[in-house]
Ligand binder design. Sequence first.
Ligand code: NAG
Ligand code: NAG
Ligand code: NAG
Ligand code: NAG
Ligand code: NAG
Ligand code: NAG
Ligand code: NAG
Length: 434
Amino acid sequence: MMRLAVSVLLVLSAVARMGSRAEEVTCSGIVPMKNRSGIISIADYGGVGDGRTVNTKAFREAIYKIHHLNRTGGTLLYIPPGVYLTESFNLTSHMTLFLAKGAVIKATQDYSNWPLIDPLPSYGRGRELPGGRYMSFIHGDGIEDVIITGENGTIDGQGDIWWNMWRQRTLSFTRPNLIELMNSRDIIISNLVFQNSPFWNIHPVYCRNFVVRNVTILAPRDSPNTDGVDPDSSSNVCIEDSYISVGDDLVAVKSGWDEYGISYGRPSSGITIRRIKGSSPFAGIAVGSEASGGVENVIAENITLYSMGIGIHIKTNAGRGGFIKNITISSVYIENVRRAIKISGNVGDHPDDNYDPDALPVVNGITIKDVTGVKILQPGMIQGIKDSPFTGIYLSNINLDWVRGSRPSTPWTCSDVSGDAVKVSPLPCSQLQI
Ligand SMILES: *[C@@H]1O[C@H](CO)[C@@H](O)[C@H](O)[C@H]1NC(C)=O
Ligand SMILES: *[C@@H]1O[C@H](CO)[C@@H](O)[C@H](O)[C@H]1NC(C)=O
Ligand SMILES: *[C@@H]1O[C@H](CO)[C@@H](O)[C@H](O)[C@H]1NC(C)=O
Ligand SMILES: *[C@@H]1O[C@H](CO)[C@@H](O)[C@H](O)[C@H]1NC(C)=O
Ligand SMILES: *[C@@H]1O[C@H](CO)[C@@H](O)[C@H](O)[C@H]1NC(C)=O
Ligand SMILES: *[C@@H]1O[C@H](CO)[C@@H](O)[C@H](O)[C@H]1NC(C)=O
Ligand SMILES: *[C@@H]1O[C@H](CO)[C@@H](O)[C@H](O)[C@H]1NC(C)=O
């Protein structure tokens, strides 16, 4: 009990430090950080942080207890320093999962025992394979008022076994996300490290009021589909002050897949992404390619990218339907990037043969401004869709420099696009010049 009392004090002082950063614009207005009225420790439920003991029972029982305590003001589950191996588990409402400094929650690699859940209705099937999908390592459905935080503790998906199954094509179902919260609201994920996710790292889907801030997300550059944060059919999402170095897009805003996403009809809207740094062989800030429910009102600012495949990537396809509109991306620094800006209407695969090839997405109102790029191989490519040209594409104050001696012969390639370009160097394609 003494140890828990000391822990309580440490937790309180750590929580107290979190709220205080008044000068900068932050996400804190969306979901305020709060203290809990009660604290329990995973140790009280038999949790052992020796890196070998499987703690599934401890996690499930502690969270069951929090659910049934139903304490006004919620309960904090404290994870002391140590490595806690566990199978996947579900969170509940009105809880904080708090990882102390040196605490690691690590996924077991027992995929034969991993729970399967239904496909998302807006995808119609697993993203990788038909049928259901493996449940995320940490999961929540229909929950509210949840905080996942700590003192830079780590949530480790031990994804290599999954990446290898993907490489060897021996997967039976779609790989698990590290954290997926569905149909949930008032969520904060902060002050932690997420590493080696089997698939996408943080996946809010059908959520609102969702904050991710001050996190580090790490996965090897060659790990397949380890996207950083993918807000999907969600609104009021804010992602800030984070470092993301993974094997796929750092942040990708989505909203369902082809005919399933169209009929589910839930857009992503009100998405703020700011002060993100990172690196990946794919895109820094992406929208799509699954955007069939529509994506609108996205602001991304103060983004710093190194060694990227693509800096900014808006991607969709015939069959997707939906819309991508009112997207503003500004104050971007990119260095050592294959292609700085790509807006494209022919990216991504289809869930099955029943997609409607005439379901053409509408792309309108994309502003990209204040971009500095150095060591850029190919400045830009904008390829609209013939029967649904991209409109209102506005580029301003963009300076893209290439590696000395490798000036691209056609810096910009464009088709089926209209808009304006002001102070863009190298000079963009004629479709965008006033
Ligand atoms: C949380 O508790 C600490 C310590 O008692 C206090 O200083 C801080 O203001 C509280 N924070 C919130 C958001 O209530
Ligand atoms: C928790 O308590 C609230 C009100 O006190 C009640 O509405 C709710 O149903 C309770 N939830 C559970 C899981 O017992
Ligand atoms: C966790 O949640 C999923 C999906 O909501 C559900 O299918 C599963 O039974 C839950 N698992 C436990 C152990 O409660
Ligand atoms: C960010 O998280 C680290 C721990 O990971 C913590 O030390 C630091 O105070 C946090 N910063 C803010 C602004 O919350
Ligand atoms: C948190 O851990 C990450 C990964 O080890 C490290 O890069 C980062 O500097 C740490 N942050 C703090 C505030 O200690
Ligand atoms: C565009 O999106 C921004 C950010 O969400 C929002 O503030 C603004 O009102 C939107 N503009 C229109 C015309 O909807
Ligand atoms: C970007 O964020 C950094 C770190 O918070 C800050 O120092 C810098 O002034 C910001 N730049 C812009 C253009 O907002």
